[in-house]
Design a protein around this ligand. Structure first.
Ligand code: UT7
Length: 312
């Protein structure tokens, strides 16, 4: 058995923050942010929480798949920025959407979280341990952002995306995952459980160099393992971190940029929410067609990175 994505959904906060607004808070400019990142605006929570956005995205994905919440037997939320630690965000979503039969837990692999959660669901399905799952990526990074630090606050946004994965017959495609804890210093945030408020800290250049090297490498690795070539792939759905990273990956893979869709202009970097947000946009926009071969690729804090091939 393999898992097939049968529905997608997403939810972003109503409040939109344009680059020009950030330029009033820190020494930066719309031109610098556009040129160095590609981001034009992002959605920032104003009342919405990681749990509330995750639950709405989940309901929309269930509706899109035509699956009742009570049929879900596994629910994983990938997040690093929840408003609640115990119970898990996944259990809170379960309560909201009445997915009473589901086993629920959270997974933190930073910006690679959705990919790792999706791969985990595939492993559960192939082991016969689940039939219908919800995989959600949800973040409120604005709560962990130092809004006086121009090297990070220009990048991030809030939101949630969800997919329903159902067991069925089909070709098995490979999944590859990597972690390197020795490079954790490149992107970290200590827990705010102590007295001091903690914020995301990043060595942007180190993460940038890691991404442009490792993402093409892991995509090539997963394609080799699937006995496919770059030209067999309809879309490469990458974590949305920076337009220049996407362009560099396209160049290294020798593929047209049109096969690596982007929506980071509108949402910024939403960490584990970025891949399911983009999948939902592509699906609802009619760009994904059944039978297409897609590569998902994530990368970020940990450091962590990975890629999966799937047939839509
Ligand atoms: O989700 C995965 C995790 N994150 C990422 O993938 C992020 C990867 N890294 C990046 O996207 C980029 O490194 C950034 C967008 C964060 C930064 O872009 P950069 O081209 O690497 O800039 P830089 O850090 O090398 O800084 C270049 C210059 C510096 O000035 P000097 O030293 O050349 O005078 C910075 O002080 O730009 C300055 N700078 C800014 N200027 C205006 C840094 N941030 C800003 C800013 N506005 N917001």
């Amino acid at each position: 058995m393999i898992g097939k994505i049968t529905g997608t959904g997403s939810c972003v906060p109503e409040r939109i923050v344009e680059n020009q607004e950030i330029a009033k808070w820190v020494e930066t400019s719309d031109a610098w942010i556009r040129e160095r990142t590609g981001v034009l605006r992002r959605h920032i929570a104003d009342g919405e929480t990681t749990v509330s956005m995750a639950a709405i995205a989940a309901k929309r994905a269930l509706n899109n798949a035509g699956v009742d919440a009570k049929e879900i037997d596994l629910l994983i939320v990938a997040t690093l920025s929840s408003n609640i630690i115990v119970p898990s965000t996944a259990c809170e979503v379960q309560k909201e959407i009445h997915a009473e039969r589901a086993v629920c837990f959270d997974l933190n692999a930073a910006c690679t979280g959705f990919l790792f959660a999706y791969n985990t669901v595939q492993a559960y399905i192939s082991a016969g341990m689940c039939e219908k799952a919800l995989v959600i990526g949800a973040e409120t990074l604005s709560d962990m952002t130092d809004w006086t630090d121009r090297s990070t606050c220009i990048l991030f946004g809030d939101g949630a995306g969800a997919v329903v994965v159902e067991a069925g017959e089909g070709d098995f495609y490979p999944m590859i995952m990597h972690s390197n804890g020795k490079k954790g210093h490149a992107l970290f945030c200590r827990s705010s459980l102590g007295k001091q408020r903690e914020y995301i800290q990043m060595d942007g250049q180190e993460v940038f160099k890691f991404a442009v090297r490792k993402v093409p490498e892991v995509i090539s690795e997963v394609l080799r393992s699937a006995q496919l070539t770059v030209n067999d792939i309809d879309f490469f759905v990458l974590h949305q971190a920076n337009q220049r990273i996407v362009q560099a990956v396209a160049k290294r893979l020798k593929t047209e940029i049109s096969r690596i869709p982007m929506n980071l202009m509108e949402y910024g970097n939403t960490s584990s929410a970025s891949i399911p947000l983009l999948l939902d946009e592509l699906h609802r926009g009619g760009r994904l067609k059944r039978g297409q071969i897609i590569v998902l690729a994530g990368f970020g804090g940990g450091l962590s990175w990975g890629a999966s091939v799937l047939k839509w």
